[in-house]
Write a protein that binds this ligand. Structure first.
Ligand SMILES: Nc1ncnc2c1ncn2[C@@H]1O[C@H](COP(=O)(O)OP(=O)(O)O)[C@@H](O)[C@H]1O
Ligand SMILES: Nc1ncnc2c1ncn2[C@H]1C[C@H](O)[C@@H](COP(=O)(O)O)O1
Length: 204
């Protein structure tokens, strides 16, 4: 079984991935954030570092894809490789922070990698409004994320909505998280578990 949690920056992916992995006793795969050699530089100068960061995330995410294929274990994954290409790289190109030449180069590598990627059994999209994303990013308190603009988050949210509305690769569960506090309220976490189990009925 492979479940992936998707959503904008600050939506709660890492928190929910951790809770689900503990609850079901499954392995968790997290994004390469704390040891990422480009992320901090990227936020100080997006145009300069966008290509290097995208190549880094693509490689790191493809390594996870390979591990999922080879491990045969039940895995819950924090963000997918699709988001790097269809959300982040595309948005940077739209914002002229990643040139057409670099974006085309990146996309041809991504298209090749995609042929090895299997969709998760279930994709859980954590949908959140920009003001709530801002609050959670602030609460998390990574210093280099203080420069993230409302415009950047809004554009990413628009990309997420478009991508999710066209997602047909596998089962999809959309959870509106703004009125849920699955961290402090066990009943809210319970609601999420019920929805997951309804989607995966028969596979558990
Ligand atoms: N549903 C929620 N209710 C309250 N706080 C939340 C919720 N989801 C996430 N948080 C908090 O918001 C911050 C960002 O969450 P995180 O899981 O790191 O998001 P992501 O991995 O999507 O960027 C963390 O401090 C986390 O504790
Ligand atoms: N592909 C990406 N391009 C730019 N930035 C990215 C990409 N993937 C992740 N990120 C950033 C966004 C956040 O600052 C950190 C961690 O993501 P989060 O949504 O908070 O788990 O990496």
């Amino acid at each position: 079984m492979h479940i992936a949690v998707t959503g904008n920056i600050g939506a709660g992916k890492t928190t929910l991935t951790t809770m689900l992995s503990k609850h079901y006793g499954w392995d968790a795969q997290f994004e390469d954030v704390d040891h990422n050699p480009y992320l901090e530089d990227f936020y100080s100068d997006m145009s300069k570092w966008s290509f290097a960061l995208q190549v880094y995330f693509l490689g790191s995410r493809f390594r996870q894809v390979k591990e999922i294929r080879e491990s045969g274990k039940n895995i819950i994954q924090d963000r997918t490789i699709y988001e790097d290409a269809h959300i982040f790289a595309e948005n940077l190109n739209d914002m002229n922070l990643l040139s057409d030449r670099d974006f085309n180069n990146y996309s041809s590598v991504f298209d090749l990698m995609k042929t090895f990627v299997s969709a998760p059994d279930l994709l859980i999209y954590l949908k959140s409004d920009v003001p709530n994303l801002v609050k959670k990013i602030y609460k998390r308190g990574r210093e280099y994320e203080a420069s993230i603009s409302i415009e950047y988050l809004s554009k990413l949210n628009q990309k997420y909505e478009k991508w999710i509305s066209n997602y047909t690769e596998g089962k999809l569960l959309i959870i509106e998280v703004d009125d849920l506090d699955f961290v402090e309220k066990p009943e809210d976490f319970g609601l999420i578990l019920e929805k997951i189990e309804a989607e995966l009925h028969g596979l558990f």
